[in-house]
Design a protein around this ligand. Sequence first.
Ligand code: SF4
Length: 94
Amino acid sequence: MAERLIEGLEPLRPEWFQGGTRSQKGNVARGLHPLGSPLLGIPGHTCGSCVHAGKTARGHKKCRINHTHGAATDIRWKWAACMHYERSVAHGQG
Ligand code: SF4
């Protein structure tokens, strides 16, 4: 469990967030998903099980909703899901 400085508030860097660009770190510090959308807030739901997650031809993990060619829109499978999350059929209905 991540350390909480004040009960009820998320830490500035939650356990699920590793790596990331400067802008992604800033979004997380504001309580948002690294790409800037509000978090879904349901434990166990991650970018890796979202229908919008994919890889470019060069192998960069991207969100199809927020895709640009820059590193600021790279995602990681373990990141907590954002409000646009839709569960991939490949990951079941649970
Ligand atoms: S839409 Fe899906 S893949 Fe894109 S940032 Fe949100 S949870 Fe991650």
